[in-house]
Design a protein around this ligand. Structure first.
Ligand code: ZN
Length: 193
């Protein structure tokens, strides 16, 4: 079964990147912003304290995605490495989940890959999935893996330049559509409760 949500198109937070940049140390305060097609889609402020991160969504985004002012706490746990030292993991903040995760995904708050799917009403999920399938198909035609950024696309050998740019801009439009459908899923969810 193919995944309902293509995780690479979502806003995500990788704890390994944060650890590498030494941002998990108590007292560190920093902001992260995510953008697509040079549009800021989400901004968050994070504060490392008490073996975790306090997260606050900022209303500065240019995109409907950016308007949330949600806040929460992400617990961090450590496991020992075979060669010494330890590595950090997020604890999924969804109550009956608490899975260890290296990457969290944004679905009105940051959750693990298992939980992110639960945030989609299935009808919208199907629509989203179809869009993502089309997007991934277009990406493949211009030599990209689903996880690759569109900006990395290079014209494949033998393809006309004009065809290449057409495919690339079509993929870019689809990416925006995916975000729209995703945003509307939030609206539907928040209106329901
Ligand atoms: Zn979870």
């Amino acid at each position: 079964m193919s995944p309902i949500v293509s995780l690479n198109t979502l806003i995500s937070l990788d704890i390994r990147t944060l650890a590498k940049s030494r941002l998990l140390i108590d007292g560190k305060k920093f902001k992260i912003s995510w953008s697509r097609n040079s549009l800021v889609v989400k901004r968050m402020e994070l504060f490392a304290q008490n073996n975790g991160l306090f997260v606050r969504g900022l209303d500065e985004g240019d995109h409907p995605f950016g308007r949330g002012s949600e806040s929460g706490f992400l617990g961090i746990t450590y496991t020992d490495c075979f060669f010494g030292g330890s590595r950090p993991w997020f604890r999924c903040p969804v109550e009956d989940c608490s899975r260890k995760a290296a990457i969290l995904y944004y679905a009105d708050r940051l959750v693990c890959r298992h939980c992110v799917r639960g945030f989609f009403p299935s009808q919208r999920a199907n629509k989203y999935e179809r869009l993502v399938d089309r997007l991934n198909h277009l990406k493949a035609r211009i030599g990209l893996a689903p996880t690759d950024d569109l900006a990395l696309a290079r014209k494949p050998k033998g393809m006309h330049t004009s065809s290449f740019f057409e495919l690339k801009s079509e993929a870019s439009r689809l990416e925006e559509r995916c975000l729209e459908v995703w945003c509307r899923s939030y609206d539907a969810l928040s209106n329901n409760g």
